[in-house]
Design a protein around this ligand. Structure first.
Ligand code: PMP
Length: 392
């Protein structure tokens, strides 16, 4: 009989020639379990997704309850569906006043695409500004604003009128002009290897957008919902974006994304043309119900409150001559090594010893630490001991 592993390689489209290729049968809390019951401590949360842990009981129950009512009814934006409206209300309740209108989509890339179209439509301008080493998704629009030419060149021509600036460089912001529809930035860059900008840069970015009338889109698809030690990443910098992007951790393990803006801006998608941005499955009822339960857990339990203390534990335990630096904020951290080869060896050894981690798309010499926010102090110690052992 052909094994699942063989079928994985034979029948599934692959994204690289070296996938992790480990089979997982079930997952619970911060652990995944292989077919023979081997546990893997999840240090990356399915890339910043499982913030409240795998299969949280409230999320699983919400999915079951919603499945008993309805699955899909109609394309997004026509019928009144309680999971969607309650999710939007809950998000708005926890956001600063201007961010009061939520457009639901299926993924991070789609949140990006929607926001770019919104900015073009609202401002009537065409230029989009993004930053070096930014990752915003793999669809053609989001790829067009990616800050990495190696990933883009095989797919050109892409969307024109995109300008890539150096991240965290205040002077570079002078290039933002009256032609700029929007500036899109990750609040804390994820795939660049957990790069947190200075407060000065983020404030200058907000100011430059105000001066030029460009919309500021903050992509918090990785940094949002508590991961960096505050509910929203932008709180670290004392600014509010015009458009906020969420996905990943939003659904508690189910696929859903959102772009959030003032209603006055968002309404420009309702005309000229009518139905100019639509989605069949955006805000799918089951996903929205899962997201509602998930955001409920995060906000009621204030899961971001002990993130700083957990970050400090990682920084305290992970002291080793091979670790050059620890970048990032909260539980979005990058252990910096000298080379990819060294990093890969550590990642492979960790996996053998039951700790799942990874590198970053644009920083392959950095090991990713982005565990579920519910990871305990004891589990942090355990994970760090394994990493240090892998370095021996
Ligand atoms: N923005 C950021 C900051 C991301 O990290 C990602 C996914 N890694 C995306 C956008 C794209 O999200 P998705 O894969 O859900 O399309």
């Amino acid at each position: 009989m052909i094994s699942n592993r063989e079928m994985f390689y034979r029948f599934l489209g692959q994204t690289s020639s070296f996938p992790l290729g480990v089979e997982i049968e079930r997952a619970e809390g911060v652990y995944m379990h292989g077919p023979e019951g081997k546990p893997y401590l999840d240090l990356i949360s399915g890339i910043s997704v499982s913030s409240i842990g795998h299969r949280h009981s409230r999320v699983v129950q919400a999915i079951k309850d919603q499945a008993d009512h309805y699955l899909h009814l109609m394309v997004y934006g026509e019928l009144v569906q309680s999971p969607q409206v309650n999710l939007a209300e809950l998000l708005v309740r926890h956001l600063p006043k201007p961010l009061n209108n939520v457009f639901l989509v299926n993924s991070g890339s789609e949140a990006v695409e929607g926001a770019l179209k919104l900015a073009k439509r609202y401002t009537g301008r065409t230029e989009v500004v993004s930053f070096r080493n930014a990752y915003h998704g793999s669809t053609l629009g989001s790829l067009s604003i990616m800050g990495n030419e190696t990933m883009k060149k095989s797919f050109r021509p892409l969307i024109p009128d995109v300008r890539i600036l150096e991240y965290n460089n205040i002077q570079a912001l002078e290039a933002v002009s009256g032609r700029t529809a929007c500036v899109i930035a990750e609040t804390i860059q994820g795939e660049a290897g957990a790069m947190a900008p200075s407060e000065g840069f983020m404030k200058a970015l907000r100011k430059r957008c105000d001066e030029t009338g460009a919309l500021l889109i903050l992509d918090e698809i990785q940094a949002g919902l508590g991961r960096t030690g505050k509910l929203w990443g932008f709180e670290h910098f004392g600014i509010i974006p015009d458009v906020l992007l969420l996905a990943k951790a939003l659904g508690g393990g189910m696929p859903i994304g959102a772009f959030i803006a003032p209603a006055e801006i968002m309404q420009s998608l309702t005309h000229t043309p009518v139905l100019g941005h639509i989605t069949t499955f955006g805000g799918n009822a089951v996903c929205a119900a899962a997201a509602l339960a998930n955001v409920g857990v995060i906000t009621e339990e204030k899961l971001w409150e002990d993130v700083d203390e957990k970050e400090a534990l990682f920084r305290q335990y992970l002291k080793h001559p091979s670790i050059k630096n620890i970048r990032g904020k909260g539980l979005l951290l990058a252990l910096e090594f000298d080379s990819f080869e060294q990093n890969k060896k550590v990642i492979d050894r960790c996996l053998e010893m039951g700790v799942l981690t990874d590198w970053f798309l644009f920083a392959d010499h950095c090991l990713r630490i982005a565990p579920p926010l519910i990871i305990t102090r004891a589990q942090i110690k355990e994970a760090c001991e394994v990493i240090l052992k892998a370095l021996e």
